[in-house]
Design a protein around this ligand. Structure first.
Ligand code: BV8
Ligand code: ZN
Length: 243
């Protein structure tokens, strides 16, 4: 399987990569649907919604602060670094990530689109200002961060039920329209509209390769589905390309 995938990548000039939480798993970041995806018995899909934030902003901020502290203490893993290498090798490359953890950027990926926003940015509910955000040093009792305009800040991420940033979606579609190969990595393929990407790639006559620990709804529609850890398999792809 790795050999066939390498053969396809050797013939590839334009590579589109979609990543999900599985690519950050080996950095110790819990995935959304895996067993470690729970926090205080809440599932991510219960907390990552505008309704949850409206009902209990302090709880949702506590969850984001917990995730931010996990991420700042984590390092990019071999999967992230292999994708940086792929970007260096490929004449044309675009990485669309569903992850909000900045680990691709910290590893050195450059041509990257964040489909679901970024956990280290906030947006003001009153003035819409977007700004970088670091967890407050001291655990202030005022857990709700506010803007200089006094408006309540929210994480600048796309919650369930919120639309995807149109410009980002459009740029991904434009790139897919002339993509030779789409590599779908570490995503369960259940969150829309990202889950539509493999089918869109196929409709654009791209070859499709999936890397995941287990079979997903995507596995039956891609050309090659390779099971295993993204960190191992992506590094094997790089070694295969260097031969
Ligand atoms: C929208 C940011 C519409 C927040 C996230 C049909 C069409 C349109 C919408 C819908 C639809 N059907 C349902 C919907 C609603 C919803 C949806 O998809 N629900 C799901 C649960 C059914 N979609 C939306 O709400 C989207 N909005 O389409 O709006 C609209 C239109 C107009 C006007 C109004 C609305 C917005 C979805 C974005 C949600 N935000 N994140 C935050 O992070 O806090 S999604 C969240 O899930 C993360 O971004 C995560 O990346 C993403 C997807 O999950 P995965 O990345 O796949 O992670 P998961 O845990 O699921 O799986 C991990 C995988 O990795 C597994 O397969 C595992 O096997 C594998 N793995 C683990 N370890 C490894 C590994 N693989 C390799 N190596 C390893 N080591
Ligand atoms: Zn403001």
């Amino acid at each position: 399987m790795i050999h066939e995938a390498c053969t396809i990548l050797k013939e590839t000039q334009t590579l589109f990569v979609l990543t999900g939480a599985g690519v950050s798993a080996e950095s110790g970041i819990p995935t959304f649907r895996g067993s470690s995806g729970l926090w205080k018995n809440y599932s991510a899909t219960e907390l990552a919604t505008p309704q949850a934030f409206k009902k209990n902003p302090a709880l949702v901020w506590e969850w984001y602060h917990w995730r931010q502290s996990l991420i700042v203490n984590a390092e990019p893993n071999p999967a992230h670094y292999a994708l940086v290498k792929l970007e260096e090798i490929m004449p044309h490359f675009l990485l669309l990530t569903q992850n909000v953890d900045s680990l691709h950027q910290r590893a050195g990926s450059r041509n990257i689109l964040e489909l679901h926003g970024n956990i280290f940015r906030t947006r003001c509910l009153r003035c819409d200002r977007v700004a970088p955000y670091k967890i407050p040093e001291k655990k202030s009792d005022k857990i709700l961060p506010t803007c200089s305009c006094d408006g309540l800040l929210r994480p600048d991420v796309v919650w369930f039920g919120e639309s995807i940033p149109h410009a980002i979606w459009q740029r991904a579609q434009d790139f897919l329209s002339h993509t030779d190969t789409a590599l779908i990595c570490g995503t369960s393929g259940v969150v829309w509209p990202a889950a539509a990407i493999p089918e869109i790639a196929r409709q654009n006559n791209a070859r499709t390769i999936e890397i995941n620990l287990e079979p997903t709804p995507v596995s039956s529609i891609v050309d090659i589905s390779i099971q295993g850890k993204a960190g191992d398999l992506l590094q094997q792809l790089i070694s295969g390309l260097n031969q």
